[in-house]
Design a protein. Structure first.
Length: 311
């Protein structure tokens, strides 16, 4: 079997321990790495952990399970895919963070991999995917770490919750069946939903704004029946550089708590061109929050009516 070994590296203007911490906390990966849609921490025992990752490779959504060994003293993280997705037969590697000074570090990303049946065409596909994703991950890591302090002001999260006198299964079904949203939601004009892999969806839709304009969005969604749907929007409006979110459905004493959560990073370069001369970060934050909450609450209200009618 042919095992390919490759290495990519980048220099980051940030202390090595800070870079290590960011890489160690996998729940933040969808915010840091463009290809990553969602990460689930399945097991954790000391320095060993098992994580499940959903990400795009060459424009295709894939998911796999990895085991990681964390070594905060040596600033190394070793990873090995436990369950790979064809055409990958085996995949592993190491993150190595090396201090270059008090506020500078070198990040080395090592990969080793094999293709199913040693297929040369598949190996070339993996070469391209690893190279593209590694460059993307390292560039995003550099940008994220170096601008971490600046981004604190412009990255924020919020959520909306409605309580439903019905079953979590029915509320989940309404959100999961996004292919029917153009019939069920007034603000959705058209929908295209693909689910080639069970639990991994590509959702494109045209939504109507209050002013009558129509906006096209594309998101990848990961579904966990009947409790949770995570998503990452990959076509972004001019005011955002990041938009991730979760739909959660939880039984409580008040009924099913159906919640829509958003995490957003504002694109400060476009604030004045979109909202007018003199518009501030606070204005943009309020505008984005209102727009997303309005759509979320509308969707949750229709999901509530749907589930309560099915009781």
């Amino acid at each position: 079997m042919t095992t390919r070994e490759v290495e990519h590296e980048i220099t980051i203007a940030a202390p090595a321990p800070a870079v290590y911490r960011l890489l160690a906390e996998v729940t933040n990966w969808p915010r840091i790495f463009p290809p990553t849609i969602h990460v689930d921490r399945v097991e954790h025992d000391g320095s060993q952990e098992r994580i499940r990752i959903w990400a795009t490779a060459n424009g295709e959504a894939k998911n796999w399970t990895s085991r990681r060994e964390l070594d905060p003293e040596a600033l190394r993280i070793t990873f090995r895919q436990e369950v790979t997705a064809p055409p990958v037969a085996a995949m592993g590697g190491t993150w190595i963070i090396e201090p270059l000074g008090e506020n500078e570090s070198r990040v080395r990303l090592l990969h080793d991999y094999r293709a199913v049946d040693d297929d040369p065409h598949d190996l070339l596909w993996i070469d391209e995917a690893v190279d593209k994703n590694s460059r993307s991950e390292l560039a995003a890591l550099k940008k994220n770490v170096e601008f971490a302090h600046a981004a604190e002001e412009v990255t924020f999260s919020f959520e909306d919750t409605v309580y439903v006198d019905g079953s979590a299964k029915d509320v989940y079904a309404f959100i999961n069946e996004a292919n029917l949203w153009s019939e069920r939601l007034p603000h959705v004009a058209t929908v295209r939903l693909e689910e080639d892999t069970v639990g991994l969806q590509t959702l494109e839709m045209d939504t109507r704004a209050k002013d009558g304009s129509v906006h096209t969005t594309k998101s990848y969604r990961v579904t966990f029946p009947h409790q949770h749907i995570a998503y990452k929007q990959v076509t972004l409006p001019a005011l955002m550089t990041l938009h991730t979110g979760h739909w959660t459905f939880e039984d409580t004493d008040q009924g099913v708590a159906a919640t829509s959560q958003h995490t957003v990073t504002l694109n400060t370069d476009n604030i004045e061109s979109i909202l007018g001369c003199g518009a501030t970060v606070a204005d943009a934050r309020e505008y984005v929050h209102t727009a997303l909450s309005t759509n979320s609450r509308a969707t949750l209200t229709h999901a509530k009516a749907f589930a309560e009618n099915r009781r």
